[in-house]
Design a protein around this ligand. Sequence first.
Ligand code: BGC
Length: 352
Amino acid sequence: MKIKKQSFGTLADGTPIALYTLVNAQGMMATITNYGGAIVSLTAPDRHGNFGDVVLGFDTLEEYVDHSPYFGCIIGRFGNRIANGRFTLDGVEYVLAQNDGQNHLHGGRKGFDKRVWTPRALEAPDGPALVLTYTSPDGEEGYPGTLAVTVAYTLTDDNALAIDYTATTDKKTVVNLTNHSYFNLSAGAAETILDHELFINAETFTPVDGTLIPTGEIRPVGGTPLDFRTLTPIGARINMDDAQLKFGGGYDHNWVLNGEPGELRLAARVYEPTSGRVMEVHTTEPAIQFYAGNFLPPSLKGKGGRVYVWRGGFCLETQHYPDSPNKPHFPSTELEPGQVYRTTTIYKFLAE
Ligand code: BGC
């Protein structure tokens, strides 16, 4: 059996939460909970074939409920920020939670990361899969429309975790779903991610203001510390005296990906020199947020007695641009009844 189910405890209201472990033919494992759809652990082989856990997470459900910085979870309805927690659709203004200073972040106070998803494990043609569904009622967290969401995780035999997102609505709304895994490809050997080398398949990014809302400009990466068109250590320029880096406390920006949105293409590649592990991110999304863990605390107790430090993990969140509902010239995040929101992101692991 390539899928194992165990208990991950119960919520305060008695709801039981499960943990599913998917195993592929190579022995790679993905452990996922239906609380927030979080990827709790993900093993990948180093250059000697040794598997190590490459994502940050917690041992217990309580820690996910209590104080998770969005470790591994599904983000929705709207990943990233919406300025002032407000947007207008067909002349109606919708007011959302201002849960990040004045702005709205990652779906609000109780986003998809804090919801209980209905799980269904199955042996899909491509490998073991966990299909999670959640129906978000009309008005939840201030968003219009009943949104029916499916997120399917499939662990394929080429050591890739594929995430397929679909959603439908009964009323015009906005949607921007992503996954918030924090990676450290050293699997615990390196405290920070600063020596990881990063490539981002993008010529431009969306500069932000001091509250991390895009100004609306699309700026070339050339000549800036955000140029990752060739493999560059994350730490090489992260502390440079640069206004954009100052706003994010380091990298926390949206890169506009090359190629056609809707087509699966390479978005980013990360290489960890000591282990030789490589992670490729492929997506159909138009953009990606690279976040260097700048808002992680100096020390956070994680899995198996491990202590996570500031910048101890990075996120590569495939997405539409932040604040799209208020920026008509950005690719649209609107979803209408009868349409199907459909995106795919693949995290693929190799070693060199
Ligand atoms: C954002 C950060 C934010 C973090 C919260 C990231 O996706 O880009 O600005 O602080 O999520 O964990």
